[in-house]
Write a protein that binds this ligand. Structure first.
Ligand code: FA5
Length: 332
């Protein structure tokens, strides 16, 4: 019996030595350990043996089984180690090779300045609001004291969708929408957004540009609050020493009205329009002008960006020329 078992083990050793792939292991297992294996066939002898011999044979069969299993396991480990080594050799990583440079994008100057503006005004306790770009004549003009035949409409001559709908010419309609919703309560908001006019494009003008509207309404609001706010804006964006100029102006929705110009190195560039909200505008939107007052301003965002970064032409901001944009990648 011992001899027979030795022969089985020897044969198993030889066969196991020859295999190269993991899938061959299952075949080997069934051949040497399965129901049809020579080792298993030895169990048929149990019937012919007394209990002492039976026990001996059982132990021998189990030991042999364990030995073959161990041999197979060692082989499996060997094959897996070989596969892993081959894989590592094939996929080796050479860290000395130069890397691939990816072009990373960055925020556009207009986006950076809007976000800066929003942060600044949130810090002052303002809320951010927005409104539709396709606006009604009612909100864009009428509720701002520009009725149908008002000559000041010509200054903002614009793109109409139909007789009553147009691309908004300024962000001021958001004021009206907010006032209507506030139902007489105090307001402190800014509203950044796109606006459209039929202006000829030139160094300082574009037919589509951005404005940021500001509106504060409450009891006792006066012109000094407006002036203080305008000064805070110019100091924040241009530093302490930038020269600015307040000019009396006219807007149908503010009275009195001013315009702020900023010195850009060569001359003054108009930055914004502002004023004390006209009593009629307050009244139309549900406020009592005898009790509350308010100020409002509307800044041309591109102008702000141009002055802050020394740009000589507004069109640089829209043409998506990477030679221009890349100059401002790291700029705050
Ligand atoms: C207005 O649009 C008023 N709604 C501003 C306002 C709000 C006044 C609240 C009073 C109270 P104006 O048309 O001046 O005003 O435009 C405001 C600013 O937008 C200008 O000062 C300028 O900075 C900018 N702007 C005007 N037209 C253009 C244009 N075509 N391209 C680029 N920026 C422009």
């Amino acid at each position: 019996m011992e001899e027979k078992v030795k022969k089985i083990i020897k044969e198993a050793e030889e066969k196991i030595a020859l295999i190269k792939e993991v899938i061959e292991i299952n075949e080997l297992k069934s051949r040497f350990l399965g129901k049809k294996s020579e080792l298993f066939s030895l169990t048929a002898l149990f019937r012919t043996l007394d209990s002492e011999k039976k026990k001996e044979l059982g132990i021998l069969i189990n030991k042999t089984k364990a030995k073959i299993e161990a041999l197979i396991e060692v082989k499996r480990e060997e094959i897996l180690a070989r596969i892993m080594a081959e894989k590592l050799a094939k996929e080796s990583l050479d860290v000395t090779l130069p890397g691939v440079m990816f072009n990373s994008g960055s925020k556009h100057l207009l986006t950076k300045v809007i976000e800066d503006f929003e942060d600044f005004f949130i810090g002052l306790g303002y809320e951010i609001k927005d409104g539709p770009e396709v606006e009604s004549d009612y909100y864009n003009f009428e509720m701002l004291n520009l009725d149908k035949d008002h000559p000041a409409r010509n200054m903002q001559d614009t793109f109409y969708v139909d007789v009553n709908q147009l691309l908004r010419t300024h962000t001021s309609p958001v004021q009206v929408r907010t006032m209507e919703k506030a139902e007489g309560k105090p307001i402190q908001i800014i509203c950044p957004g796109k606006v459209y006019r039929r202006d000829e494009d030139d160094q300082y003008h574009s037919h589509q540009f951005m404005q940021i509207e500001g509106l504060v309404i409450g009891e006792g609001i006066n012109m000094t609050h407006l002036k203080g706010t305008l000064l805070a804006i110019t100091k924040h964006f241009f530093g302490e020493d930038k020269e600015i100029r307040l000019r009396p102006s006219y807007f149908p929705f503010t009275e009195p009205s001013v315009e702020v110009d900023v010195f850009d190195g060569e001359g003054y560039v108009e930055l914004l329009g502002a004023g004390m909200v006209h009593p009629k505008v307050l009244q139309m939107s549900g406020y009592n002008p005898e009790v509350v007052t308010g100020f409002a301003f509307g800044i041309g965002l591109e102008r702000l960006v141009m002055i802050k970064y020394g740009l000589d032409d507004i069109r640089h901001l829209y043409t998506n020329d990477l030679r221009f944009l890349n100059q401002f990648k790291g700029v705050k």
